[in-house]
Ligand binder design. Structure first.
Ligand code: 25A
Ligand code: L14
Length: 342
């Protein structure tokens, strides 16, 4: 059989969640060469059927024994489940692509954005696991990689405007219910987030750490350094939840070693893999969350020189957090695995 005719057995752990559902869509949209697609979730979903390319597939229980004959296992059922079941899946011979934060900073585990450090994938051999970075980090680095290569980024100051879908399906429901309650003049109840999210912004994503930052903010710092393989880069982040369903937006300010003009950065973005330049303010064109939903590209615009320093640039970067931020990036890693490694 020629290499291009091969088909693979893929499992999705967390198939009924927001990211798991998107993994099914992305596998279908990109025509991933599948032999078997095995859908795994908790007790709650066993027996439920999900549709893939018109075919109904029943959901099975996620157990350590569920990975027999699986080539690639895509995990998105939370860090606890990944830590519990990921190593068993790898031991059974599957290559695990894990979307949780469970293994990202493990030095044995590569942390991969294919457009940025695809070469790191081969380090999966150490323990059979590849980590998918945090959604906010992925889209930031897709945009910054060509700039870093051209002019070396010394420092990044980033503020995020993150959609509720990152927290999963229950957070999407909470925003919808609060909007409806608010519009009807009734009281909003909050169960997923500590405060009302409808018509509000919460400067709080994931838990607070001793240094005053949130875990989400520190993921952007630590994961950027690991993916760029550059510990000297300075990064400071503020992560904010906004009442948007799909699409994270980011205001990014960078300082580079070498001077780049705004025109030069626009040029870099025009040929950057995975990027779509959307930057025509005269015609009211700039990246927006509502436009990125369902798309594979990272939208970049509002490119300006920071006039307060010698070598500074501002950008506005938007991507579908469930696609490029999670499901698409994981499937791209799987595609690279079957193309060059297995
Ligand atoms: O905090 P954690 O544990 O790290 O998890 C973070 C959550 O964020 C999502 C995902 O939520 C995850 O649970 N997520 C993870 N990584 C993400 C990323 N990078 C991410 N979101 C964005 N970007 P989710 O609700 O979208 O998906 C959850 C999936 O995980 C399965 N799962 C949960 N516990 C499991 C398990 N699978 C196996 N064993 C377990 N012990 C979950 O399957 C789903 O596929 P499910 O069967 O439990 O859920 C089916 C439906 O039920 C809803 N639901 C979830 N939790 C509850 C619930 N309903 C009632 N009560 C609950 N406590 C789900 O929304 C789903 O529709
Ligand atoms: O992948 O938006 O580390 O609530 C955990 C928090 C994903 C997003 C991760 C959120 C994130 C999630």
């Amino acid at each position: 059989m020629s290499k291009s005719d091969r088909k693979f057995n893929v499992a999705i752990a967390g198939a009924t969640g927001a990211v798991g559902g998107a993994m099914l869509d992305v596998l279908a949209r990109r025509n991933f060469p599948l032999k078997e697609l095995r859908l795994l979730a908790s007790e709650r979903s066993v027996g439920k059927k999900l549709t893939f390319k018109g075919e109904e597939i029943p959901v099975q229980l996620l157990t350590k024994e569920a990975f027999d004959s699986i080539d690639v296992a895509l995990f998105s059922a939370g860090a606890e489940r990944s830590l519990e079941f990921g190593p068993a899946a790898a031991a059974a011979g599957a290559i695990v692509v894990d979307n949780s934060s469970g293994f990202r900073m493990n030095p044995e585990v590569p942390l991969v954005v294919p457009e940025v450090n695809g070469h790191a994938i081969e380090q999966y051999k150490k323990c059979g696991i590849i980590a998918n970075p945090n959604c906010s980090t992925i889209q930031m680095l897709v945009a910054l990689k060509p700039i870093h290569d051209a002019a070396r980024i010394k420092r990044i100051v980033v503020s995020t405007y993150q959609a509720v879908s990152g927290t999963g399906t229950k957070a999407i429901d909470e925003l919808r219910e609060q909007v409806a309650a608010y519009v009807n003049g009734s009281a909003c109840s909050s169960n997923v987030y500590p405060h009302q999210i409808a018509f509000n912004c919460l400067p709080h994503i994931d838990s607070f750490l001793d240094n005053g930052y949130t875990k989400e903010e520190m993921k952007m710092v630590n994961e950027t350094r690991k993916i760029f393989a550059d510990d000297s880069i300075g990064i400071t982040a503020t992560a904010v939840r906004v009442p948007v369903i799909y699409g994270h937006s980011e205001s990014i300010n960078i300082e580079t070693e070498k001077k780049l003009t705004a025109a030069e950065v626009k040029k870099l973005m025009e040929s950057a893999p995975g990027v779509k330049l959307v930057d025509d303010p005269a015609n009211l064109s700039y990246p927006m969350a509502v436009d990125c939903a369902g798309k594979f590209e990272t939208l970049v615009g509002r490119i300006r020189e920071d006039e307060s320093i010698e070598n500074g640039i501002n950008l506005w970067v938007v991507a579908d957090n469930i696609l490029k931020g999670a499901a698409l990036n994981a499937v791209q890693i799987a595609e690279e695995l079957i193309k060059s490694h297995i």
